[in-house]
Design a protein around this ligand. Structure first.
Ligand code: ADP
Ligand code: MG
Length: 735
């Protein structure tokens, strides 16, 4: 695996959607987001602040305003990333932002309108067009998978039973990083096939959305494309490069307080939003650069994106904003996250000749099938030649490999046909031969029949092998061969020009941003003053500028503090709820579970860090300790096994054999716990009254009876009866 040590930062672009009809009807205040496309800046106005307060300005790799086109975003910000994936890098594009700000619109868009198709369909076009235009010595294998993370469970959207199946697990390997081992992976040979994968997955999500409220906005969707490319290297050997692309449509990042949920739903929301807050923490930890620990393990999403954030992938983050004044806080939070994400450094590298490349497996399988097939056909050809001319030399011709192969195929078919005809003729001859006995005829016919059966079986096996071989081969895409590129030369030129313009625009913006930074730094150096007055004026101007900057930073600090306080309050609230619940559970455990049972349970519990759950160890730990099994209790004298009172009575009475050996126990609970006074009183009563008239089980401890006890004693065990008996006895003694 080749290593390229150079690091590059996560590309962050911001997109603002237009005001929707509802927001427009709310008033003429207009949007709070302004954008400078040339400089890549977003200027945010606080609708609650006075006009004198400075506006907040953020600079990104690119910004797209309400009038931006899907194609512009793709050509400028996504195309270079997909090109890298095709060259063997890992790449990730994820959309982040508040619900309803256009994440799904940006990632998927409107499929039927070519102008409004989002990043994902454009990436499909891009990948397959690239393959169709590449050189014919390149072989490609494209695979796609689709998963979603719902309530911290990974679900395979290609699995028809995904809604009921158990969540998939994550694994980590040094070669591929974090991956989902059991995820369905579909080999796609064309745009149509990969779109089919997307549609099937989207329908699986949509169905669930009708069943559950707000479902779609609560799940994160990941579409994964793996492009493997095999090409002969300068050393003559075939090399394989594997690029993995993650296309991520995240759930909305709204704050819990804003959704107004409480109690049980708050906890549910906390779990659902866990991935997003974990993502925020990972971004903060990486952007900070000082904290050594990055909490990837806190959620499934961050683990899946581990390579994309601070790992070996190239990453583009599209932060989406809404322009409405009522969402100022969320917009600011999104911008802050996006701003922080700019500082994340990745170390992208090409995945060259990884061990798990499927392309290599496909190639060797195809070679094996081909050898098998050739052998079969060659065998048929040999037989045919032997049949054709007995003894004549067949090794005379010197064809090229391909021609020979074709000839072998033709000859094999011919051989089968001729062999069938010959067998048919022989059968006819046997039928017509009068010199043979009927039995003999039957036997010979049967033999010929069997030979024909064998021949057919062989032919079928060859056909199956051929079909398998062709199916395998068709999965591999050969540069410029399997897919026809329908665009004409003019369109191709147009596309190239558009890409060039996008590239130029990108470079221009980068230069502008660099110039702006340099301007600030060198302002002082360039200034020469002719008079004192001029110097005072210039310095006053500069002072004003710096003062404004200071105010901005002060306001920023205040904002960050406020946000910190707010999020702390939210966390405290969640903590309080959880503590209350914990106390409740503790109360139940302490008061209603016997301590020895509790200890037994606790000694069996272990925490599974991989699944983030407590688990029970099996009751009988291992086969290696069979001696630990409890012994059966020994039987009473004269009986084969331990036996209950009831069974003994049943045996002596000789009735109902069914219960003879069954140990049925009756446990009765006296629900009135006694106090010392009542116990003392009962002792007195027991002394002054015959025992038979009073219940003796008032101790509150559970008495065990067997079924054979008489009806009276069964009913008298109820606490009501005991109480009434007590009261009668007490009134009697009082008199
Ligand atoms: P999210 O996925 O962030 O919850 P959606 O992508 O579903 O939000 O967008 C919400 C609505 O806004 C949709 O009706 C979508 O068509 C519209 N929308 C979002 N972004 C844009 C845009 N850039 N231009 C036009 N309409 C947009
Ligand atoms: Mg969405």
């Amino acid at each position: 695996m080749s290593k390229n040590k150079s690091s590059e930062s996560v590309k962050v672009v911001v997109r603002c959607r237009p005001l929707n009809r509802k927001e427009e009807s709310n008033g003429p205040s207009g949007g709070i987001v302004q954008m400078d496309l040339r400089l890549g800046q977003v200027i945010l106005r606080n609708p609650r602040a006075s006009h004198s307060e400075p506006q907040k300005t953020f600079t990104f790799d690119a910004v797209y305003d309400a009038s931006s086109k899907q194609r512009d975003l793709y050509d400028e910000s996504v195309r270079p990333l997909i090109d890298s994936v095709l060259a063997g890098f890992n790449g990730t594009i994820f959309a982040y932002g508040q619900t309803g700000t256009g994440k799904t619109y940006t990632m998927q868009g409107m499929w039927l309108d070519p102008e409004k198709r989002g990043v994902i369909p454009n990436a499909f076009d891009h990948i397959f067009t690239h393959i169709s235009r590449s050189q014919s010595d390149k072989q490609y294998l494209v695979r796609a998978s689709y998963l979603e993370i719902y309530r911290e469970e990974i679900r395979d959207l290609m699995d028809p039973n995904h809604a009921t199946a158990r969540g998939l697990e994550l694994r980590e390997s040094p070669e591929t990083g974090v991956y989902v081992p059991d995820l369905t992976s579909c080999v796609c040979k064309s745009i149509k096939e990969i779109e089919e994968v997307m549609n099937v997955g989207n329908q699986a999500r949509a169905v669930a959305a009708t069943d559950m409220n707000e479902y779609s906005s609560r799940s994160h969707a990941l579409f994964l494309i793996t492009v493997e490319c095999g090409q002969p290297g300068p050393d003559g050997r075939k090399h394989i490069r594997v690029g993995r692309l993650n296309l991520v449509d995240l759930a909305g990042s709204e704050r819990q307080a804003k959704t107004g949920v409480q109690g049980e739903r708050l906890k549910e929301a906390a779990k659902i939003n866990l991935s997003l807050s974990a993502l925020g923490n990972v971004i903060s930890a990486l952007a900070d650069g000082r904290s050594g620990h990055v909490p990837y393990r806190d959620s499934k999403l961050t683990r899946l994106l581990q390579d994309s954030l601070g790992g070996n992938a190239k990453t583009v983050m599209v932060a989406t904003l809404g322009p409405a004044p009522q969402h100022y806080d969320e917009t600011l939070t999104t911008l802050r996250y996006a701003n922080r994400a700019k500082n994340i450094q990745n170390q992208p590298r090409v995945n060259e000749d990884p061990k798990d490349a499927l392309l290599r497996e496909f190639q060797s399988e195809i070679a094996r099938l081909r050898a098998q097939l050739n052998h079969r056909k060659w065998r048929s050809k040999q037989k045919k030649e032997r049949l054709d001319d007995d003894g004549s030399d067949a090794d005379g011709d010197e064809d090229t490999e391909c021609e020979e192969e074709e000839e072998v195929e033709k000859n094999a078919e011919e051989y089968v046909k001729r062999e069938e005809q010959r067998l048919e003729r022989e059968k006819e001859a046997i039928r017509g031969d009068r010199s043979l006995l009927a039995d003999e005829k039957q036997r010979l016919l049967g033999e010929k029949e069997r030979m024909m059966g064998d021949l057919r079986k062989e032919q079928e096996a060859t056909e199956q092998l051929t079909a398998k071989y062709k199916a395998m081969e068709s999965k591999l895409l050969v540069g410029g061969k399997n897919i026809t590129d329908h665009t004409n030369e003019q369109q191709k030129m147009l596309e190239m020009k558009r890409q060039e313009i996008a590239e130029q625009f990108r470079n221009e913006r980068e230069m502008q941003q660099q110039m702006m930074v340099q301007d600030d730094e060198t302002l002082e150096l360039r200034e020469t003053f002719t008079s004192l007055q001029q110097e005072v004026e210039a310095k006053t101007k500069k002072l004003k500028k710096l003062y404004a900057k200071l105010q901005c930073i002060k306001a920023e600090i205040q904002d960050v503090n406020d946000e910190h306080v707010r999020s702390r309050q939210e966390l405290e609230q969640t903590q309080n709820e959880l503590t209350r619940e914990l106390k409740f559970k503790y109360l139940i455990i302490e008061n209603f579970i016997p301590p020895e049972e509790k200890n037994k349970i606790m000694s069996r519990m272990t925490f599974d860090t991989e699944e983030d759950q407590w688990k029970f160890q099996p009751l009988v730990p291992a086969e290696s300790k069979p001696l630990q099994m409890k012994k059966r209790p020994t039987s009473a004298v004269g009986y084969k096994r331990p036996i209950s009172q009831y069974a003994r009575v049943a045996i002596t009475m000789g009735t109902n054999n069914r219960f003879r050996a069954e140990n049925i126990m009756f446990l009765e609970l006296d629900m009135n716990p006694p106090n010392t006074a009542s116990l003392a009183r009962l002792r007195d009563l027991n002394q002054s009254f015959p025992v038979d008239n009073f219940p003796t089980n008032d101790s509150g401890v559970h008495k065990s009876n067997s079924w054979c006890q008489n009806q009276k004693s069964l009913t008298s065990s109820s606490s009501n009866v005991s109480l009434s008996a007590c009261t009668t006895a007490m009134s009697a003694s009082a008199q």
